[in-house]
Design a protein around this ligand. Structure first.
Ligand SMILES: *Cc1c(COP(=O)(O)O)cnc(C)c1O
Length: 391
């Protein structure tokens, strides 16, 4: 089955449910057992790793419907839902480290994941070293005997460096570490982490899986080997997600393929237009042929999503505000992956530690939604007119 079909059919069983197309939403904490024998059988099945409805927190068919669709398309063994993308990142890391371990973390990682490493992992005696996202086979020199996780994210949050995941995976595995990836940018559709050596793949479901800017959710998908550790860690940390949110995510994922295709086309069109603007210093989008990460993107990825950045030629704060403040179609706000366009500024020089980032040319991140490209370009053009009027 192709991905588009998997997205439509996986995790649905209308025949088992009066012919109703979408799986029902099970609200559950207590599960009642008809007998002591049934209760004991449920315990035993769960101990063997079987799926049983035994307690709300452990999972219900509502969760499984989404988890199965994500695992099928991302290409892993199984998935587990989490209450947010960040919960998925932090719990995935916690499930695979112990005191005395070492984590190699890309310097281009999603900001709050970095804070989790610095403020929480460090308190438990786990040491984190940040590495240049472009290190490639040079990762070898950074591996230690106690390196448990090599954490990757491609392209990088805000700065969009492409990482050579097959090479990094080979180095990590040779030294006995697992590879954990934040695969949110590509969604489960446009990068197949398990075909490139990744062991644990994280999605901020909040973004494209939900797709409508109204739910916080995360998923972690793993190989068969990594599944028991992830699941045991997640369960005992109390990680679960509300059934109505899970339902909205599984409704969202059914249309992921058409949404992503349009996000990709719209974003590439806007990125190319920006490249031709005199106010723009550079555009950071790996699908553009002259992007430094383009060759890797072309080799490993199946598409691009709607998120990219560009850098303005040095301007005053006032001129930048004139550009950003009065856009009509681009909302100013964090997160992304919904149907609507967004704009936000970022300053990577304020948090990078393994690599330098020169902030002379201010960085602006765009999420390109499903509006007509011409309207988005007209909106940005009016922004540049305002910027030039201030300059
Ligand atoms: C948004 C995001 C997250 C966190 O997801 P939340 O659902 O907002 O907690 C993690 N990784 C990346 C790359 C993200 O963009």
């Amino acid at each position: 089955m192709k991905d588009e079909t998997k997205l439509v059919v996986t995790g649905r069983d209308p025949e088992a449910n009066f012919g109703i197309v979408n799986p029902p939403v099970y609200h559950a904490s207590t599960i009642l057992y008809p007998s002591l024998e049934a209760l004991r059988a449920s315990h035993a099945a769960r101990a063997k790793g079987e799926r049983v409805v035994s307690y709300g927190r452990i999972g219900t068919p509502t969760n499984w419907s989404l988890e199965d669709a994500v695992a099928a398309v991302e290409g892993g063994y199984r998935s587990q839902v989490f209450p947010s993308g960040l919960a998925a990142c932090s719990q995935a890391m916690l499930a695979f480290v112990k005191a005395g371990d070492h984590v190699l973390m890309t310097d281009s990682v999603y900001g709050p994941s970095r804070i989790f490493c610095d403020k929480v992992l460090s308190r438990f005696g786990v040491e984190v070293t940040y590495y240049d996202p472009l290190v490639g086979s040079g990762l070898k020199e950074l591996m230690r005997p106690n390196t448990a996780i090599v954490y990757v994210e491609a392209p990088g949050s805000q700065t969009f460096e492409m990482q050579d995941i097959p090479t990094l995976s080979e180095v990590a595995h040779k030294a006995g570490a697992i590879v954990m990836m934040d695969n949110t940018w590509a969604s489960p559709l446009f990068f197949k982490p398990f075909e490139h050596g990744v062991d644990v793949s994280i999605q901020a479901g909040t973004k494209y899986i939900v797709g409508h800017s109204d739910v916080m959710l995360g998923t972690v998908t793993t190989t068969r080997e990594c599944w028991p550790a992830l699941q045991a860690g997640a369960n005992v940390m109390g990680q679960t997600a509300g059934p109505d949110d899970v339902y909205l995510a599984q409704r969202g994922i059914r249309t992921l393929s058409v949404r992503l295709q349009q996000h990709m086309e719209n974003a590439i069109a806007v990125a190319e237009w920006l490249k031709g603007r005199p106010e723009v210093h550079s555009v950071l989008h790996p699908a553009l042929p002259d992007d430094p990460g383009h060759a890797i993107w072309k080799r490993d990825f199946l598409g691009a999503s709607g998120l990219f950045s560009f850098r303005l030629k040095a301007v005053s704060e006032k001129a930048m505000a004139a550009f950003m403040d009065h856009l009509e179609l681009f909302g100013m706000g964090y997160s992304w992956g919904g149907y609507e366009s967004l704009i936000i500024f970022a300053d990577p020089s304020s948090y990078r530690t393994a690599t330098m980032w020169d902030n002379t040319n201010p960085l602006i991140r765009l999420h390109i939604g499903l509006e007509a490209v011409d309207d988005l370009i007209a909106d940005l053009k009016s922004g540049f007119d305002r910027l030039n009027a201030v300059k």
